[in-house]
Design a binder for this molecule. Structure first.
Ligand code: PGA
Length: 256
């Protein structure tokens, strides 16, 4: 059985004050409502902007919530101004990193080959790489959803060896649903998730069974349960709604 994962991608939002309020709210919200019961059934993680990682690590040190970075550098260390490495993430007890979020791909020019190297670096270091994939509206309308998603997934499977993919998580995030208020229907999500699972089966059957495939794109408290009901939907990657304690916790509970 795959344990569901609900992860909050805070993107470039927050301040020391709001980070503190959000984390304390999550901790006390989880404690109040049978915390251990919830975190025993659902893994919960947050992805703050990297400058707040120390603060997150301090507040969450004794909680069951994990944390990670939204992006890492494909290089190990050295003259890469503005970048943050995998070993730096580990230095602050990050256990996860996002790789290939659609905003990184579309706004910062990341291509499949870059994303594959990032997944490899994170996986080799023992972190959980969360590989983000998804089609644009134009691609969906041209019936190219699986062509695009399959290319994005295969770029990683074909580049990274099995050991580094041990903990891989895939997040299917249709670009047209991110931050738009539009969501894939539960049927659309399940259909793509099942196709991704099939790609994994063709690569490595054990891996296909254990790899969690999350849905992302305007997940809210009100739609999470029906989306998560799909047999191949193992939780969610949540942007906007992860900035609200109530919304995020209700999404976590929906994954239970
Ligand atoms: P959203 O973002 O929930 O605000 O649509 C999801 C994401 O980008 O991971």
């Amino acid at each position: 059985m795959r344990k569901p994962l609900v992860a909050g991608n805070w993107k470039m939002n927050g301040s020391r004050e709001s980070v503190s309020a959000l984390l304390n709210g999550l901790n006390s919200g989880i404690a109040q409502t049978g915390g251990e019961e919830l975190t025993g059934k659902v893994d919960i993680a947050v992805f703050p902007p990297s400058i707040y990682v120390q603060q997150v690590a301090d507040v969450l040190a004794s909680s069951t919530i994990s944390w990670g970075l939204q992006n890492i550098c494909a290089e190990e260390k050295g003259a890469f101004t503005g970048e943050v490495s995998v070993s730096m993430a580990q230095d602050f007890s990050c256990t996860m990193v996002l790789a290939g979020h659609s905003e990184r791909r579309s706004l910062f020019g990341e291509v499949d080959a870059d994303v594959a190297v990032k997944v490899e670096r994170a996986g080799k270091a023992g972190l959980i790489p969360v590989l983000c994939v998804g089609e644009t509206l134009e691609e969906r309308e041209a019936d190219k959803t699986m062509e695009v998603v399959s290319r994005q997934v295969k770029a990683v499977l074909n580049h990274v060896d099995a050991a580094a993919l041990e903990k891989l998580v895939i997040a299917y995030e249709p670009v047209w649903a991110i931050g738009t208020g539009l969501t894939a229907t539960p049927e659309q999500a399940q259909e793509v998730h099942a196709s991704i699972r099939q790609l994994l089966v063709e690569h490595d059957a054990d891996m296909a069974t254990r790899t969690r495939i999350l849905y992302g794109g305007s997940v809210k408290g009100s739609n999470a349960a029906e989306i998560f009901a799909g047999p191949d939907v193992d939780g969610g990657l949540v942007g906007g709604a992860s900035l609200s304690v109530q919304d995020f916790l209700s999404i976590c509970r929906a994954a239970d």
